[in-house]
Design a protein around this ligand. Structure first.
Ligand SMILES: [Zn+2]
Length: 145
């Protein structure tokens, strides 16, 4: 095999890998969005507070979580300090499913600074190949991976 053939095959491999990775990420996002679409909607701060209490109890989450409801799209979780965590939820996909999703990120320790990877590529791989599949399995089927 000569150099042009090797380069050609490498380029094809990268293309196939890129297409596969794109399909994988799209599938993950679609599963989560479908679950959120069919789940009970959250329309205000009071409903968010209720959903956090209800879903925390079902999950067995003992960490203290403060929710913030937004009218525009939000979907994230984080650590405020040693005692408190936060979830931000909002927009048309705000639902019990999205609360369940964000609470599981907290439950599994994904928001802990010591578990965050400094390298951006490794952090992205960790997020898409490990953290999001775990969270979506819980979001959809309540399976704790
Ligand atoms: Zn997530």
């Amino acid at each position: 095999m000569n150099l042009p053939e090797i380069l050609n095959q490498t380029a094809q491999g990268i293309l196939i890998l890129g297409a596969g990775a794109s399909a994988y990420v799209l599938s993950l996002c679609s599963l989560s969005a479908l679950s959120q679409f069919f789940s009970r909607k959250i329309r205000n701060q009071e409903e968010l507070n209720f959903a956090i209490r209800e879903e925390s109890k079902k999950l067995g989450l003992t960490k203290k979580v403060i929710g913030k409801f937004y009218n525009e799209f939000r979907d994230s979780a984080g650590k405020i300090n040693h005692h408190f965590y936060r979830i931000d939820v909002g927009g048309s996909l705000a639902s019990k499913s999205s609360v369940r999703h964000e609470l599981y990120h907290i439950y599994r320790g994904h928001c802990e600074p010591e578990f965050q990877i400094k390298n951006k590529i490794l952090d992205s791989l960790n997020y898409y190949l490990k953290e999001e599949p775990q969270v979506i399995a819980y979001e959809l089927f309540r399976i704790k991976l």
